[in-house]
Design a protein around this ligand. Structure first.
Ligand SMILES: [Mg+2]
Length: 379
């Protein structure tokens, strides 16, 4: 195939996508947004003022859904310096900080609560161990962070719980002594290397959504095709779920991209969508999330109904809230939200960014080393 053929194919595919969007818009009374997506302005040039008028009139379920997704992503956006809470609630910011204090400032209190209990560490990856960067394939953690996580795993059972596919998050972290829960916990595997020995758990991974694999692959291919007209859009296959990244998409085009996702998802009622930091995530409708993954791992480690466990879960995104809720319900451990702004959260404590996460984990390592040494002195 010549380059010219490729260009012709791409143009045809883009025109098809635009026509599909136009048909969808003219068939459904939707979009209540006051902000008209750029691509719809293009459509308006092709099909006349009817489309923009329909958007202004609004009121349809599809448009409301797209707007809700975008609002939710904006609220989670790390580039925003303002609180995601309404302006009228700004006066409650100080009270939010009081109710969700810094985990570093409250370190001694957290340690006191964990007294005589087994601490288990659960860590999200993006935005928690690594910064959110424009290209999700380059979300590397620092050497310092990796060394700290390695030290943490020497002292406590440690799991990475990520929306990414398990093999991909492993390539970022490269520590065989950790538990990995990829695809929002839908793909869990124990350490392939135990502390102090090369022998680890060789058991097959736990994959509660394996029957959805063909459907996820099918939707991945369709989304790749449908989103390539939106500049900067990136679709990531996380094995049991998909991510549509908005990080490199101009905010004016967010509506057009979200609309494409909605149109595709309409054809797959067995899949659902959740919003995150500049990302829309598509996953099976099974009742499984990061909270269920946390409970599964606690069960696997022998702490299903134990009072002698103190799980510490650190995460930055909406999907981590399921894990924070589990800790609240169990009345155990510490949920720590990574955020610079006030957000509605079930977490008890906060850390500002990955560098504070590293400081907190390092302090935990130092405390554990200190308490081990003083224990030896007493013996
Ligand atoms: Mg995250």
């Amino acid at each position: 195939m010549t380059n010219q053929n490729l260009v012709v194919h791409d143009v045809k595919s883009c025109i098809n996508t635009i026509v599909e969007m136009a048909v969808s818009i003219s068939n459904l009374p939707m979009l209540t947004s006051t902000e008209v997506p750029e691509s719809l302005v293009v459509l308006d040039g092709i099909f006349g003022k009817k489309i923009l008028k329909r958007i202004d009139d609004g009121g349809g379920k599809g448009g409301a859904k797209v707007n809700a997704w975008i609002d939710s992503m904006r609220a989670s956006s790390p580039t925003r310096t303002k609180s995601s809470l309404p302006v009228s609630q700004d006066q409650h910011l100080s009270s939010w900080a009081i109710h969700h204090p810094s985990a570093i400032n409250m370190f001694d209190q957290i340690i006191n609560k964990s007294k005589d209990k087994q601490i288990i560490i659960f860590l999200d990856y993006d935005g928690t161990l690594s910064p959110i960067v424009a290209d999700p394939d380059k979300a590397f953690m620092t050497k310092k962070m990796r060394a700290t996580v390695k030290d943490i795993a020497k002292h406590f059972p440690t799991a990475i719980v990520s929306g990414r596919r398990r093999d991909k998050v492993y390539k970022f972290v490269r520590l065989a002594e950790l538990y990995y829960a990829g695809s929002h916990g839908m793909d869990i595997k124990g350490p392939t290397k135990s502390q102090g020995s090369k022998k680890g758990n060789q058991a097959a991974p736990f994959q509660p959504a394996s029957q959805f694999l063909p459907m996820i692959n099918e939707v991945y291919k369709i989304l790749l095709e449908k989103t390539k007209c939106v500049e900067g859009a990136k679709v990531e296959n996380n094995k049991f779920c998909l991510s549509v990244h908005f990080r490199c998409v101009d905010e004016k085009s967010w509506g057009a991209l979200a609309e494409q996702v909605r149109l595709v998802l309409n054809q797959y009622p067995k899949l659902k969508l959740t919003e995150g930091r500049k990302v829309l995530e598509i996953r099976p409708t099974i009742k499984w999330d990061k909270g269920k993954a946390l409970e599964f791992l606690l069960r696997s480690l022998g702490f299903a109904n134990s009072k002698d466990v103190f799980p510490i879960y650190i995460g930055d995104d909406r999907t981590d809230e399921d894990a924070f809720k589990v800790l609240r319900r169990r009345g155990q451990g510490a949920g720590i939200l990574v955020s610079k702004v006030a957000k509605e959260t079930e977490a008890s404590y906060t850390l500002q960014d990955p560098s504070e996460v590293e400081q907190f984990l390092r302090r935990l390592v130092d405390w554990k080393r200190g308490s081990n040494e003083s224990g030896r002195r007493v013996e």
